[in-house]
Design a protein around this ligand. Structure first.
Ligand SMILES: *Cc1c(COP(=O)(O)O)cnc(C)c1O
Length: 383
């Protein structure tokens, strides 16, 4: 890569740009098959499912560059990245240590599919490293956390995860979707694999579903072969949209960091609002840790109303600006109740233990004017 691409902002624009026939953008190669150029082996055949068309190659190069990885792999969804990575790292019946409060889809993959696949897991309290060693088994292969957990925005002891993994020969894996590469770059910090739902901040425009795996050439190579067998490739048009979306990620996320901070502080002062979860608030239990780890605190926060679940219902009905949906990381402000969407697959008991009450509201701040958003929250709270 060109040495002048030092910072993320520059890499987002210029890394992995093949300039085919002088084109400033990578054309969409809408071709499932390519003539043989003497490639050897199955995984070398150029074919969309094998993740090696010019659109995939350009995207993989940009993804690797922005988080400082040797290699990257774009996938058909965030869950394709997560499931292919876990199936690869735990192949042969491995055991996983995994943070107890994780993305609902990942949680359901563990609880519903792992046993049938001959794999096993133990949940860990990601804030209590002293408790992890007792959970190790002879076949433990990896430790898995999220940079900021969904939807309560906990910040695990990431330094302890990296050193524990090194000490015990485990692969350290992190779902970096919530922080985004703008606020945290896991490989520079010592993690082995960074996973993303590119559906969220990487693309940012709510028009595609995609995922990414970033890491060493060796690990990413194994995951790519697994994904090639499972078939979760991203199509070339979606590759193009993701590539284009990524170019503005830094500008979007920095604005979202600032706007979410203002909204969180405003909510915290409102008399009808109870607990606000946002790592940028001094009241967050791990605010100091978040300051040390992250370049910014992200665009997602969650909160409860003092009057609980029925009040949350009417508040959401009165809102005019945020769109009610389970996703996040978009240019539009999105709002949801995780107990009814992303975490509805969990039992109420498990949810309550993790702080996901029925009244908890998750807000993903978009790039609208902060003032308009606050005005709308205010009229909905006071209506
Ligand atoms: C959305 C999300 C996923 C799953 O990604 P898809 O693109 O929907 O498959 C995984 N992890 C986190 C933290 C997410 O927010």
């Amino acid at each position: 890569m060109n040495d002048s691409f030092k910072h993320l902002e520059t890499k987002l624009i210029h890394a992995g740009e093949p300039h085919i026939l002088g084109a400033v953008n990578v054309p969409i190669f809408q071709s499932a098959i390519f003539e043989s150029a003497g490639e050897d082996g199955y995984h070398g055949i150029r074919y969309i499912r094998l993740n090696n068309t010019p659109n995939h190659l350009a995207l993989n190069e940009k993804l690797a560059a922005i988080e400082g990885g040797e290699a990257a792999l774009v996938t058909g969804s965030g869950m394709a990245a997560i499931s292919a990575a876990l199936l690869s790292v735990l192949s042969g019946g491995g055991h996983l240590l995994i943070q107890d409060c994780i993305y609902g889809g990942t949680h359901d993959f563990l609880t519903q599919d792992f046993a049938g696949l001959g794999m096993s897991y133990s949940f860990i309290n990601a804030d209590d490293p002293a408790s992890w060693k007792a959970l190790l088994r002879a076949n433990t292969k990896a430790i898995y956390v999220e940079s900021m957990s969904n939807p309560t925005l906990q910040v695990p002891d990431l330094a302890a995860v990296v050193s524990f993994a090194k000490e015990h020969g485990l692969v350290s894996m992190i779902d970096n979707t919530f922080a985004s590469p703008v606020n945290f770059r896991p490989l520079e910090f010592g993690f082995n694999l960074s996973l993303h739902s590119a559906t969220k901040y990487l693309n940012g425009h709510s028009d595609i579903v995609a995922g990414a795996v970033i890491g060493s050439s060796n690990l990413v190579g194994c995951i790519r072969r697994k994904l090639n067998h499972l078939g979760g490739a991203l199509d070339p048009h979606a590759c193009y949209l993701l590539y284009r979306g990524m170019k503005t990620m830094s500008v979007r996320v920095k604005y979202q960091n600032e706007s979410a901070q203002k909204v969180a502080s405003w909510l915290e002062r409102h008399p009808k609002v109870g607990k606000v979860n946002y790592p940028g608030l001094a009241s967050h239990a791990r605010h100091q840790r978040a300051r040390e780890l992250f370049g910014g605190f992200g665009g997602v926060l969650s909160f409860e109303l003092k009057q609980g679940s029925p009040a949350a219902d009417s508040f959401l009905r009165r809102l005019r600006l945020p769109l009610q949906t389970g996703s996040l990381g978009a240019v539009e402000t999105l709002i949801t109740r995780p107990s009814l969407t992303s975490h509805s697959g969990m039992s109420r008991e498990d949810r309550e233990r993790l702080g996901i009450t029925d009244g908890l509201i998750r807000l993903s701040v978009g790039i609208e004017a902060t003032e308009d958003l606050v005005d709308d929250l205010q009229q909905a709270l006071e209506g």
